[in-house]
Design a protein around this ligand. Structure first.
Ligand code: PEP
Ligand code: MG
Length: 588
């Protein structure tokens, strides 16, 4: 008897990183407290115990960081919290919980997460016989510590994403930017997640890595099994589980066509980005991971217009030191062979933060309206100064500009520049190699208040870089990473365009260089509008450079200017998209 062939199933979501991915499902259930449970072969028991020890060590460090925070709390709060944290720390010593888990791993040959869960259940059973409020409260503390251990353990899964078999398609409820940073594009064929919007950092990273990805998809994790074959269409947002042979053949053909198109575009690499009437445009690359440097070179980027340094802060629960940061940055500056690199200071915060960092810095940093970007840097000037030292040292090896994220007011810039100047003086005094003069220091315009105060900000900045992703999010009060409001995230909304126009005009008045590095810069459908608004410098995912260059070479500046004028008179984002579409069809 032949086994029944599984039925082809379709899942729909947001296609956020284009391309066709064909591979085998790896289902990762990272649901908060579904504790994984499996047997450990005898030869791996030692490794499992070491994994548990690591999780305990990490929990201790997390608690110590909380203790430091507790010290700045008012009176009784400090006392209460300190007592509680002391109790947690002793539970992480040679307590029954820790000994019990170790014994369970050894005797039951089970994974550490399951052993923690079992030990908590065992202790609860013993406590249940005692009717005492104090004991009940202690039980809650044990659960808290146990859950922290489980979280730490599941954060370092037995099979890290970076080591999945070649051709895997990751299927998960949520893919964080930190997860995405660990994906190896040579091994991962695609990704599918329930959560996530089109302009969040997970999306940006997936695009940068060229991994076909669908986020915000409607399905349940339980409906897909590891090992099933999958097609991810990152353009249309369709994912097909167990495709029938005919479907597979169609998608294989589509994938081949895309590869051919890419090859044809790559011939533009050595052509200049110049409009039909001879206006030269600078096309630089956005970079989020060192692994992208090859793609940046292949795309023929004129430089790096936005180097997001967050990758250095991801997937770790401490902060990178000066040497680590210097090594990474120097490598990237040298790889650009004399072409400029714009290094943005840390913009952790909002959805970009790794869970582990919250433990050290508090919950405000996980709010997009909280301690994000420059605000965090000014609250933790030690982190900022360390990063400035690393950047200034890297700047000795090639042309560098420094870019500050999430600026709202001129005093933020003035304060930051003072710290930069101090770091520069100190390095010189120490005899460390740095450039002769301080590199230019510019700011992101991505908060509506900054766009409206662009004249004042121009006086304290050396250049502007428009961040249309956050500018759209904050102007429209629409979370860029939330699939539920993805349709409202309209970068062509007239309010967003007015703020961009105000920024360009202020830069022109102050004769300040200005570029645009949000995702809208990398979409060739927007190129005419952005040229018409006055941009001559763009920064985008390396993969988009050839497509935008092709568009620029087909455009006439005065036609683009006229179309931008008409667009700026519109009141509706949908109509603006239509006007652009018509224009692109005519001039394309
Ligand atoms: C932006 O907000 O447009 C931007 C380029 O910065 P990021 O996407 O890193 O927030
Ligand atoms: Mg931003």
């Amino acid at each position: 008897m032949t086994a029944k062939k599984p039925k082809e199933r379709h899942i729909k979501g947001l296609g956020i990183a284009s391309g066709i991915g064909i591979g085998v499902a790896y289902v990762r259930d990272s649901g908060n407290f579904t504790v994984p449970r499996y047997k450990i072969p005898t030869r791996d028991i030692k490794m499992e115990t070491a994994r548990f020890d690591n999780a305990v060590g990490r929990a201790r460090r997390q608690i110590r960081q909380l203790q430091v925070k507790a010290q700045s709390m008012p009176g009784t709060a400090e006392e209460e919290l300190t007592l509680l944290l002391d109790a947690y720390l002793s539970m992480l010593g040679k307590s029954r919980l820790i000994r019990g888990v170790e014994e369970r791993i050894l005797a039951g040959r089970i994974n550490a997460e399951a052993a923690v869960e079992d030990e908590i259940a065992g202790i609860a059973e013993d406590f249940a016989a005692i009717d005492d409020a104090y004991i009940a409260a202690r039980m809650a503390d044990i659960r808290e510590v146990g859950n922290r251990l489980i979280r730490n353990l599941t954060r370092t899964p037995v099979k890290p994403l970076s080591r999945l078999p070649k051709g895997s398609v990751i299927i998960t409820d949520e893919l964080t930017p930190a997860d995405t940073a660990r994906l190896n594009p040579n091994r991962i064929s695609g990704a599918l997640a329930i959560a996530g919007g089109a302009e969040g950092h997970t999306a940006i990273m997936a695009r940068a890595l060229g991994i076909p990805t669908v986020l915000g998809a409607q399905f349940t994790i339980q409906s897909v099994r590891t090992g099933e074959s999958v097609i991810v269409d990152g353009d249309t947002g369709v994912v097909i589980i167990n495709p029938a042979p005919a479907t597979l053949a169609i998608y294989e053909k589509r994938r081949e066509t895309r590869i051919q198109e890419k090859r044809a575009l790559s011939r533009l690499r050595r052509q200049p980005a110049i409009t039909r009437n001879g206006t030269e445009i600078g096309l630089q690359a956005n970079v989020e991971l060192p692994i992208e440097m090859n793609m940046v070179k292949q795309a023929g980027a004129a430089g790096i217009g936005l180097l997001r340094t967050e990758f250095m802060f991801m997937n770790r629960d401490d902060f990178p030191g000066e040497e680590d940061q210097y090594r990474d940055l120097r490598g990237m500056v040298e790889a650009m062979n004399g072409r400029p690199v714009t290094i943005r200071t840390l913009d952790i915060g909002g959805e970009k933060v790794s869970e582990a960092l919250i433990d050290g810095l508090g919950h405000s940093i996980s709010s997009p309206l909280g301690l994000r970007g420059i605000r965090l840097a000014l609250a933790r000037t030690d982190l900022l100064e360390t990063q400035f030292r690393a950047i200034l040292r890297a700047a000795f090896h090639g042309p560098v500009r420094i870019l500050l994220p999430m600026v709202t007011t001129p005093p933020e810039v003035r304060r930051t520049r003072k710290i930069l100047a101090r770091a520069f003086r100190r390095l010189k005094r120490e005899g460390v190699q740095v450039p002769d003069a301080l590199p230019p220091c510019g700011i992101m315009i991505e908060v509506p208040a900054a766009a409206l105060a662009a004249d004042a900000l121009a006086k304290v900045s050396d250049f502007f870089a428009v961040g249309s992703n956050d500018l759209t999010m904050y102007t429209l009060a629409t979370d860029r990473a939330d699939e539920q409001v993805a349709k409202m995230f309209d970068q062509l909304n007239p309010a967003v365009l007015k703020l961009i126009q105000a920024t360009v005009d202020a830069a022109a008045r102050a004769k300040l260089p200005i570029s645009i590095c949000g995702e809208m810069a990398g979409d060739p459908r927007n190129t005419a509008l952005l040229l018409g608004l006055g941009f001559r410098e763009f920064s985008m995912a390396a993969a988009n450079i050839p497509r935008v260059k092709k568009r620029i070479r087909a455009l006439d500046m005065s036609a683009a200017d006229q179309r931008a004028k008409i667009i700026m008179e519109q009141t509706d984002g949908g109509r603006i998209a239509m006007l652009l579409e018509d224009f692109n069809a005519l001039a394309g």
